[in-house]
Design a protein around this ligand. Structure first.
Ligand code: DI6
Ligand code: FE
Length: 406
């Protein structure tokens, strides 16, 4: 870049944890130049061009990471399920609760009954703590409406969150999350509604960036999921899948074969699934919050993901049933303690690899020239500290689209 080229702002005086290629790729005493919300120069401060007209911020120490990306959440929903949390602690299983009309369906009832304003207000409260700890991009799924109108209502609320708050929102239609009560015993009919009416309407309203489904005994079979994937592809929408969370049904392999951006959960994935994911470039999204809350004992096959070079992302899965998690940093710690990721892998999981899981890696997830200027300054000595503390709030300055987010 020519030295005489201008930028709007220059940020320096900290070590840059660029996360390029999914590694720290540290630049000591670095500088970042931003123009029109994009990074136009990055490198050692000593090599930085003049940029005489730029606004300057000297952080005077600390580290700068990319903005965090929570690539799997269900943040928009009505009600809460603390009563079920209590039931589970009294010995009732998640599957039993679901079979008795509780579980996802109780949130479906509360979500259908809620107005858009109510859903927006409650989701804002849950999003606030994520933003406070450096999240600049969040994915939000539907899946608690399960009718055309209420799924579209959820997705409109998700879009509105992105318009009203300083955060980038990616929306995912998860209409195939659970069988709505009106379709009891007629799952194939519901899948047909999703494929023939719901998804086309969602797509023509521009409400979804991707399509997801829940492939599980208590939800939908691989054959049913495949129909949803085919419909999504006809509409030009990328797919993702909740797969191998509670049992092994081959969902992750199916997802990979449909060029899914990601397969998520994956506790019960096997080597042939991992090999197919590697072949197709499908990201493994690990969700330690749900694993923890369900007291699962089988961890996802992290060694196989490493061995076959399947990138691992980490997300909150923030949802009222299995992961009422409102801290992505806590998920980092849990991914390390429960799944034995390294802190570097965990940070890649909420930056570069999370961006890949959303298909936005060209613009987000690392500190590189040309990328969106979303980054976070932390007055910390080293990146592992972001993963080490168990929750709590660490002071930080968030730069979103090139400007300090207040
Ligand atoms: N897997 C999960 O862990 C959540 N959805 C899914 O497909 C659970 C959602 C809920 O219980 O409300
Ligand atoms: Fe989920």
């Amino acid at each position: 870049m020519a030295a005489e080229q201008q930028c709007d702002s220059l940020w320096y005086g900290a070590d840059l944890v660029t996360m390029r290629g999914g590694h720290y790729h540290l630049i000591e005493d670095g500088a970042i130049a931003v123009k029109d919300g994009k990074i136009v120069w990055i490198g050692e401060r000593g090599l930085c061009p003049e940029f005489p007209l730029a606004t300057r911020t000297d952080f005077g120490g600390g580290i700068i990471t990319p903005g965090f990306i929570d690539c799997h959440t269900h943040l928009v929903f009505g009600g809460d399920r603390s009563a079920e949390f209590e039931q589970r602690l009294n010995g009732v299983s998640y599957a039993e609760i679901a079979a008795n009309g509780g579980g996802i369906l109780s949130t479906v009832n509360a979500t259908r009954a809620a107005t858009e304003a109510q859903l927006l207000a409650s989701a804002k409260c849950r999003l606030a703590p994520l933003l406070a700890e450096g999240v600049t991009t969040v994915e939000i799924k539907s899946g608690y409406g399960l009718t055309i109108d209420s799924e579209m209502k959820m997705l409109r609320v998700a879009r509105q969150l992105g318009e009203e708050l300083p955060v980038t929102v990616k929306t995912t239609c998860l209409a195939a999350h659970a069988l709505p009560p009106e379709f009891k015993g007629r799952a194939d009919d519901y899948i047909a509604v999703i494929c023939d009416s719901l998804l086309p309407q969602v797509a023509s309203a521009g409400l979804a960036d991707a399509v997801d489904a829940f492939c599980e005994h208590l939800a939908f079979s691989p054959q049913q999921v495949e129909k949803v994937f085919d419909a999504a592809h006809r509409l030009g929408l990328p797919v993702k899948l909740h797969a191998e969370q509670l049992s092994s049904l081959g969902g992750s392999k199916l997802a990979a074969q449909h060029q899914a951006l990601s397969a998520d959960h994956l506790e019960y994935a096997g080597e042939s699934d991992v090999i197919e994911m590697a072949r197709q470039g499908t990201i493994a999204v690990l969700l330690p919050g749900a694993y923890y809350l369900l007291r699962e004992t089988q961890a996802p096959p992290v060694d196989l993901f490493r061995q076959h070079n399947v990138p691992m992302a980490i997300a909150s899965d923030a949802n009222p049933g299995t992961s009422p998690a409102l801290s992505l940093r806590l998920m980092l710690n849990m991914a390390c303690t429960l799944f034995r990721l390294t802190p570097e892998e965990a940070l890649a999981g909420i930056t570069h690899h999370a961006a890949r899981a959303l298909g936005i890696e060209k613009t987000h997830g690392t500190l590189e020239i040309g990328k969106t200027a979303d980054f976070v300054h932390w007055p910390l000595a080293r990146p592992a500290e972001l993963v080490y503390w168990l929750g709590g709030q660490l002071p930080c300055t968030v730069i979103y689209l090139g400007e300090v987010r207040l």
